[in-house]
Design a protein around this ligand. Structure first.
Ligand SMILES: [Zn+2]
Length: 160
């Protein structure tokens, strides 16, 4: 659904509005994440979402987790996780944002390392990636070499 950020509107400084928006998108079901879950689900994959794991002293919460195959998927916001395409350093409020973003990146690296040490495969998807490409990346890890089933042409009841 293409619902915008409805509800209250009151004037906020531009940066604050942007930050609020991104904060709102961050934890719960950012859109690319929802789409990816839906697609994977429609392809027959079952997974947990926002599954919290304690790995040693590192706590991680991947967006999509395949526990049996030990595959953890993160859908990373371009701004928060500093994607190479859109994650340019913020020029305003740098005193605040830059250390925060750096911490995010470091936390991501720690999470990846902890997961890898525990035998997990980590898939990181940028939120700007197209759904097909994102789906293909995950499927490739789950079922190497199988490739994506023809797009959404899953027979409703093909029992042969
Ligand atoms: Zn990006």
């Amino acid at each position: 659904m293409g619902s915008g950020p409805g509800g209250k509107r009151h004037p906020v400084p531009l940066d604050e509005g942007r930050a609020r928006n991104m904060r709102a998108n961050r934890r719960v079901d950012s859109k690319p994440e929802v789409q990816l879950r839906k697609r994977l689900h429609s392809l027959g994959f079952r997974f947990r979402k926002d599954y919290r794991m304690d790995l040693g002293d590192t706590r991680v919460r991947p967006d999509i987790v395949f526990t049996a195959k030990k595959v953890a998927v993160f859908v990373d916001g371009c701004f928060w996780h500093v994607c190479p395409v859109h994650g340019r350093e913020p020029t305003r409020n740098e005193w605040y944002w830059t250390p925060k973003l750096r911490r995010n990146v470091e936390r991501d690296q720690l999470a990846d390392q902890a997961l890898a040490d525990a035998g997990w495969t980590v898939v990181r998807i940028w939120e700007h990636e197209l759904l097909d490409a994102a789906t293909a990346a995950v499927v490739e890890v789950l079922s190497p070499g199988v490739g994506l089933p023809a797009r959404v042409s899953i027979p409703k009841s093909a029992s042969t």
